[in-house]
Design a protein around this ligand. Structure first.
Ligand code: HEM
Ligand code: FPP
Length: 302
């Protein structure tokens, strides 16, 4: 944590700074997977309630992003990628970020509880607490396994969407959780390979910094294999149909190929890291398409 970010504050922050605190670009995928989890559920939800549940996921994820930035303004000020965020850039004081984050978290949970149901509220609370306390405060600065364990926070949204519609959690939302959980390491470590120096400068023990490139490449490959299995499994288990199944086979074959290129590659110091950048970009596209295929399969082709 830092006090220096607060010392150079030039207030007031405007709405764009509060929006930036919520990490809106990452949130698009969080919200999309939550929406698809909700639409994949066997019980239809009233559109107004469905919209409310998705709003709660968006606000909860935004709150988690704000609390993450409240806690790690010192780290963000040391990395090129994050230096322009409202706190390290001095456009907002830490207390405002804290109040905003806590207020938004409280509002999203209260709305989820009163408008939707207890199960969805509990999972939303767990994901916010997990991202803030387990990932950001506890693990991120201590272990290169930070994103494996802490990354679970980002895997909950489809389960929250499903629970909002059905009030319970069955095998399918658990598989969707497993898919994002196992996707997170290749998603993040591909990026960490080409922004390694940023993390090293900030003293964050991300895998390429601590264990080296070789080991990171191997672990990307090792997590991709069970991810592929979790992605395809709903088809043979009869939880999704052939459209989902064939889409999953194609999308996962490409993921596997790109991950293999990264895994079996050794790079030099002045390397442009093209395969790593390609895998990172594809990982985002992949998750959008996998969840999109699930909904198309359930609504139009079942
Ligand atoms: C601990 C787990 C994760 C870590 C450490 C991580 C880290 C990152 C980082 C550092 C970026 C670079 C862009 C930026 O500056 O924000 C990024 C991009 C992105 N991540 Fe992740 N991520 C994680 C999990 C997730 C999850 C669970 C999702 C959604 C399901 C997600 C969705 C995205 C998206 C959509 C982008 C692109 C954003 C853009 O276009 O700027 N990430 N991630
Ligand atoms: C529903 C709900 C509460 C979801 C919240 C979970 C969530 C937003 C997951 C995404 C994970 C994420 C943005 C990690 C970024 O890592 P980082 O914080 O280390 O990235 P940074 O270096 O960009 O700050």
């Amino acid at each position: 944590m830092t006090t220096s970010a607060a010392a150079s504050v030039s207030l007031p922050a405007d709405w764009r700074d509060f929006l930036a605190l919520t990490k809106p670009r990452v949130m698009t995928l969080v919200v999309f997977t939550g929406l698809c989890g909700m639409l994949a559920a066997p019980v239809p939800i009233h559109p107004v309630l469905g919209f409310t549940a998705i709003l709660c996921i968006a606000l909860g994820a935004g709150a988690a992003g704000a609390l993450n930035q409240w806690y790690e303004a010192d780290l963000d000020s040391k990395m090129r990628r994050t230096q322009k965020r409202p706190l390290p850039a001095g456009r907002m004081d830490r207390q405002s970020a804290l109040h905003f984050g806590v207020g938004l978290a409280g509002f999203s949970l209260a709305l989820m509880y009163f408008a939707i149901n207890l199960v969805a509220t509990i999972i939303l609370a767990v994901s916010i607490l997990f991202y803030v306390f387990v990932y950001t405060i506890w693990l991120k600065r201590r272990t290169p396994q930070n994103i494996v364990i802490g990354g679970a926070a980002g895997a909950f949204p489809p389960m929250i969407g499903w629970a909002a519609a059905t009030g319970d959690v069955t095998l399918m939302p658990v598989l969707l959780f497993a898919l994002i959980f196992l996707w997170t390491p290749p998603h993040f470590w591909a990026l960490a390979l080409f922004v390694k120096t940023d993390y090293a400068n900030a003293g964050v023990p991300m895998l390429p910094v601590v264990a080296g490139e070789r080991s990171t490449r191997l672990q990307i490959g090792l997590y991709t294999l069970p991810m592929v299995a979790a992605a395809i499994l709903p088809w043979p288990l009869g939880l999704a149909g052939a459209f989902y199944g064939w889409s999953a086979v194609a999308l996962n074959a490409l993921f596997l190929a790109l991950a293999a290129l990264v895994t079996f590659r050794s790079s030099g110091a002045d390397d442009a890291m093209v395969p790593e950048k390609r895998l990172f970009k594809y990982s985002i596209f992949y998750l959008f398409l996998m969840f999109g295929a699930l909904v198309v399969d359930r609504w139009w082709l079942a």
